[in-house]
Design a protein around this ligand. Sequence first.
Ligand SMILES: CC(C)(COP(=O)(O)OP(=O)(O)OC[C@H]1O[C@@H](n2cnc3c(N)ncnc32)[C@H](O)[C@@H]1OP(=O)(O)O)[C@@H](O)C(=O)NCCC(=O)NCCS
Length: 161
Amino acid sequence: MPSESLIRLMTDVDLAGIAELAQSVDPYAWNREQFRGCLLGAHYRNWVLEQAGSIIGFLIVIALEDEYELVNLAIAKSHQHQGFGKKLMAHLFQQSHEQKMASIWLEVRESNIPALQLYKKCGFIQTGIRRDYYPCKSGREHACVMQYRLAQESTTANQWQ
Ligand SMILES: CC(C)(COP(=O)(O)OP(=O)(O)OC[C@H]1O[C@@H](n2cnc3c(N)ncnc32)[C@H](O)[C@@H]1OP(=O)(O)O)[C@@H](O)C(=O)NCCC(=O)NCCS
């Protein structure tokens, strides 16, 4: 039986593993130095998801005033579609409530169906499009801008958790 997964703060020791995981699931992934920058940035909040001593996912947000911006999220290929993405998102919602955030924002490639589905399932609403925002094989692709408004949450929100 797989051991319980846990979420903890990212540290310097995690950087090599995080960069490797990111590069294995995203051709445009950040490198180790970019992840190090997140650890050094005063507004960044960085978490890892660990199981049996191995990092199987991570989540990075920027906190500005009463808003979080989700800037990076990934689950190792071997652990995808098993609910771990939802587990990190549930952690983000818990943190957002504790920190009394009003909104969570994010941008996602319009071709990234797994991520779009995950965010929709979590209650995010698409609020706009940034045209030609990301590089891709065929040139550029649009980003979907999505928002979750905690301030207007109903008591039935987040039943997916
Ligand atoms: C996006 C990502 C984090 C999802 O993580 P995950 O652990 O696989 O997601 P979960 O198992 O928690 O699934 C949650 C929901 O996401 C959607 N989803 C996940 N994988 C999917 C897939 N391959 N196709 C379609 N929908 C998918 C489903 O709606 C799913 O709900 P369900 O299980 O009730 O069907 C993961 O695919 C990933 O790391 N992708 C590469 C990096 C990336 O794209 N990050 C997002 C950048 S914005």
